[in-house]
Design a protein around this ligand. Sequence first.
Ligand SMILES: [Zn+2]
Length: 336
Amino acid sequence: MNDRYSRQVLYKPIGVSGQNKIRKKHVLIIGCGALGTANAESLVRTGIGKLSIIDRDYVEASNLQRQQLFTEEDCLNKLPKVIAAKKHLQRINSSVLIESYIMDGTSTNIGPLLHDVDLVIDSTDNFDIRFIMNDLVHQYNIPMIFGSCVGSTGMSFTILPHETPCLQCLLDSTPVSGATCDSVGIINPTVQMVVAHQQAEVLKLLVEDYQSLRTKLVTFDLWNNLYHTIDMTRSKKDTCPTCGENPSYPNLTYDSQTKMEVLCGRNTVQIRGKREVNIEELAKQLSNIGTIHQNEFLISLEYEPYRVVIFKDGRVLIHGTDSMEKARNIYYQLVG
Ligand SMILES: [Zn+2]
């Protein structure tokens, strides 16, 4: 196995010294879906020293189309995603130390995992956790590679705490749509393209080639043949509560968390989302997946066996379950 990394070492910007650096680094991947599995496989093949992965879900049939580490057997066994991923990753490279965490990531449980992490890869599917990570990586001064994809569109940006704009600054100037993979779908090449952009940046950071980092936000639409890079330098705000001069890390406070409660005797879970909803836009997306009724105040969606009501202020009622876990999954699938 001596020549295991030979082709990568031959590549001049990496070389023997780069390979030695890669072997000493610890990367944390948040989310073990399409982006997470592809990022993890690439890192393990690259020879990363230690890899930690966090995810709360188990493998389902609809994952197999794009979540590249999972098999039909994992799905039949309903294995937690991080457990299935670790099993396959260790077969690819047994020398990598892999820590898998089956958990719903929050500011309190992720923070303690960050003390020896060199780099965070965002592979999540929702902005609640992304904003928590945005605060945490600034607090701990750890670079994070943001990535997101839906349909045939994707984007990626490299966040260097105290140098580049943070995710909040970025999204204030480049709003993203509320579309999710469960409402408008996703094709495989979109995932691969985002991961290619993330992994190139990951390699540069691992070998400490900071000068080669991409400073711009990259966005693309593979179906409509669009590719843009956007200079975000001016988006960074001195007053930003995350990356500004007096950070308060607003997403780490209890008040900022998305709140859920079971409504007693109604077989309903209520979720208080943090963001207002664009009723028109969301109704269009949700009409793909079930019958909807809408008015100017709310959308009601028949999502068998549930009925989901989404209010303009971001509040969501999920009728047909009293399980917070189930309701949370439905919420992120539909609202993102
Ligand atoms: Zn900021």
